[in-house]
Design a protein around this ligand. Sequence first.
Ligand SMILES: Nc1ncnc2c1ncn2[C@@H]1O[C@H](COP(=O)(O)OP(=O)(O)OP(=O)(O)O)[C@@H](O)[C@H]1O
Length: 277
Amino acid sequence: MTTPSSTDNGNAPMLDVAGLQKIYRGEGRSVEAVRDLTFTLGDGELACLVGPSGCGKTTLLKCIAGLMQPTSGAVTLAGSPVTGPPPDMAVVFQEYGRSLFPWLTVRGNVELPLKEKKLPKDKRGRLVGEALEAVGLADFADSYPWQLSGGMQQRVAIARAIAYEPRVLLMDEPFAAVDAQTRADLEDLIRSLWKRFGMTILFVTHDIDEAVYLGQRVLVLSSSPTVIQDDITVDLSDERDQLVTRGERRFTELRAKVYEEIQNAKRGPVAASVSGE
Ligand SMILES: Nc1ncnc2c1ncn2[C@@H]1O[C@H](COP(=O)(O)OP(=O)(O)OP(=O)(O)O)[C@@H](O)[C@H]1O
């Protein structure tokens, strides 16, 4: 699959984050979580975002998803400014347990955003069927989320995002709460869905190995107030395999480079910018 970036095809990027800043203001106190953060993602790119704990990953993702207003700067999706949750974007969160409705079946959960999008019934049925088949849950459409394992529930959340046919998929540490084997399976699922549907993916993770295994690029964030510390191209083969890829010398080199950058980020100029007002 070819995944041209904005820089090499000359077109407008799919996602453009320009000079983003977010300051949380409270009583007599303000916290600058994100500072002058800029990057772009080309159409169909899969990039991972890593950074030290508490550096501002979730804040950044919420601003990109239109769930939070930045203090300054702009987010643009396919040329249109993001001022609220855009119709072309879907988000998968870590807490699958809380993001699924227990009183709805698997089918009902996946279909709900499509009803909100006011799609006709036959189209909804087709999209739900395809998405459940793509994540291997076609036989569980009539089950309830609480009847499924954690990994299966997260696959329902992924199916719901895919059925929505997003151009951009944001994922906020989606596999942090599942066991290692399930996590590996879900990583391969994401890569296969990305190849099949060609959406642009921004995947936030704490896990350096996961970032290198999944991404075409790894964006390393500095400590809070966060900026892009480094943008590392993952020059591994497009065909990834949990055993073969992770055993390659280049994989180890890239992992070491990302690790080193995160250590540098932790030693950054400020741990957190907190000021009295
Ligand atoms: N609602 C809020 N009000 C004030 N400060 C906040 C708020 N939410 C986050 N912060 C601060 O902003 C900074 C970034 O937080 P954020 O949750 O975005 O980081 P993170 O990288 O997602 O964290 P983690 O690694 O724990 O997932 C932190 O200093 C945090 O304390």
